[in-house]
Design a protein around this ligand. Structure first.
Ligand SMILES: Cc1cc2nc3c(=O)[nH]c(=O)nc-3n(C[C@H](O)[C@H](O)[C@H](O)COP(=O)(O)OP(=O)(O)OC[C@H]3O[C@@H](n4cnc5c(N)ncnc54)[C@H](O)[C@@H]3O)c2cc1C
Ligand code: FES
Length: 371
């Protein structure tokens, strides 16, 4: 290939790329400045609530500006699918980001991802009634305690409103602040404290390498700092049956299980429960003494920590191997149990597999995927 040809190809590529960039900038500018959607009315649940908002933002943020908080565990990035609402009128076409998250039934039922629906005109929507009671709180970090090298326990006292009502198993959405060029984001964290402690919420946060919010929590958030969070959200909670429970959670997945166990103790609920705490090595374990103490005092509770990567010569006398194998060993027949799972999507999918193989009906398995 001659130098002239290479030069002309490179020039064309640069020209096309720059044209693309210029066109995108013009489109963004036009969307923001020229296209003025004006005031738009959002009517919720057949007019039970009505708000007039300035068009142009997402439905999710237009609602949150009016103190209606829809679950949005990924902070509006279109990756968690937690922000589904029913859009009866005015939502426009389903966008490409939404498509993979909407089943044929949901499309028929007018379900949309509220973070992807732009308010361009009047809208009629439906949301579950419980979301009217979700609030935005200010709070102060009373303590930030290291549970392991990569998990901290945040003890947060609520300032305004001063009290919260929630169910063990539910989660909050924590708002991080800008740092070192990273944007402020919103992320979901399960509540580790119990509903009886109405003036506070405790969270257990695991550091995700390069994660925006968790790096902020670990490196920038200090004790006595004020923070904002909203909640409570979520359906993950103890059922009101008497079925014996298999709890499986590792790492920060412990948070909602810890809340549920303490809620059971506080309320004298003596349902048989076995909690499998999966970890890599002994340095990933925490609250073990406390959980063993619970098991000693309460015959209905059984605690099984299991390590999958512990060196053979470490002196560890407990269970070893993958948590799924340990669960299957203890409960080859799971048909009479209910299961409560929290943690990474990979761990949960593997557990779903082993529990259903043991005969547990899928509707008896409750989980929160920390995705
Ligand atoms: C309902 C719910 C409850 C949750 N409860 C808790 C909790 O109690 N404690 C807790 O620590 N986390 C919890 N999470 C996860 C939490 O919301 C964040 O996803 C996580 O803290 C990462 O946020 P980040 O901003 O630091 O990372 P991001 O900046 O969002 O992500 C950085 C990178 O890490 C990847 N990543 C994101 N999350 C994880 C993860 N969990 N593990 C591995 N890689 C990841 C992303 O794909 C990305 O590549 C929960 C999630 C949900 C949906
Ligand atoms: S907020 Fe996560 S997909 Fe909409």
């Amino acid at each position: 290939m001659t130098t002239d040809l290479l030069y002309s190809m490179a020039t064309s590529v640069i020209f096309l790329s720059s044209t693309g960039v210029v066109l995108s900038v013009i489109l963004i500018f036009a969307e923001k400045k020229i296209l003025n959607y004006g005031p738009c009315k959002i009517s919720i649940n057949e007019g039970e609530r009505e708000y007039t908002v300035q068009g142009g933002s997402s439905l999710l943020s237009s609602l949150s500006e009016n103190e209606i908080f829809i679950p949005s565990a990924c902070g509006g990035r279109g990756s968690c699918a937690y922000c589904k609402v029913k859009v009866l009128e005015g939502g426009g076409m389903i966008g490409p980001v939404e498509e993979p998250f909407l089943s044929p039934e949901e499309r028929k039922d007018n379900i949309r991802l509220s973070c992807q629906v732009k308010v361009r005109n009047d809208l009629k929507i439906e949301i579950p009634k419980e979301l009217f009671s979700v609030k935005r709180f200010s709070g102060v970090v009373e303590a930030k305690e290291q549970l392991t090298y990569d998990i901290v326990h945040l003890k947060i006292k609520l300032l305004e409103p001063k009290e919260i009502s929630f169910v063990s198993g539910q989660y909050m959405q924590l708002e991080s602040e800008e740092y070192k060029g990273k944007e402020a984001v919103i992320r979901a964290y399960s509540i580790a404290s119990t509903p009886s402690q109405t003036d506070r919420v405790d969270l257990m946060v695991r550091l995700v390498p390069n994660g925006i919010c968790t790096t902020w929590v670990f490196e920038h958030l200090k004790a006595r700092q004020k923070i904002c969070l909203s909640g409570p959200y979520g359906e993950f909670k103890l059922s009101d049956t008497q079925a014996p429970i298999i709890g499986i959670a590792g790492g920060s997945g412990m948070a909602p299980i810890w809340s549920i166990v303490n809620y059971m103790i506080e309320n004298g609920i003596e349902r048989e429960m076995t909690y499998f705490f999966g970890a890599l090595t002994q340095r990933d374990l925490f609250l073990v003494d406390e959980l063993e103490e619970v098991a000693k005092k309460h015959p209905w509770f059984n605690f099984v920590p299991a390590l999958s990567n512990e060196p053979e010569d470490s002196g560890w006398a407990g269970e070893t191997g993958l948590i799924t194998d340990v669960v299957a060993k203890h409960f080859p027949d799971t048909s009479q149990h209910e299961a409560y799972l929290c943690g990474s999507p990979g761990m949960i999918n593997a557990c779903l597999n082993v529990l259903t193989k043991g005969g547990m009906p899928e509707e008896n398995i409750f989980y929160d995927k920390f995705a």
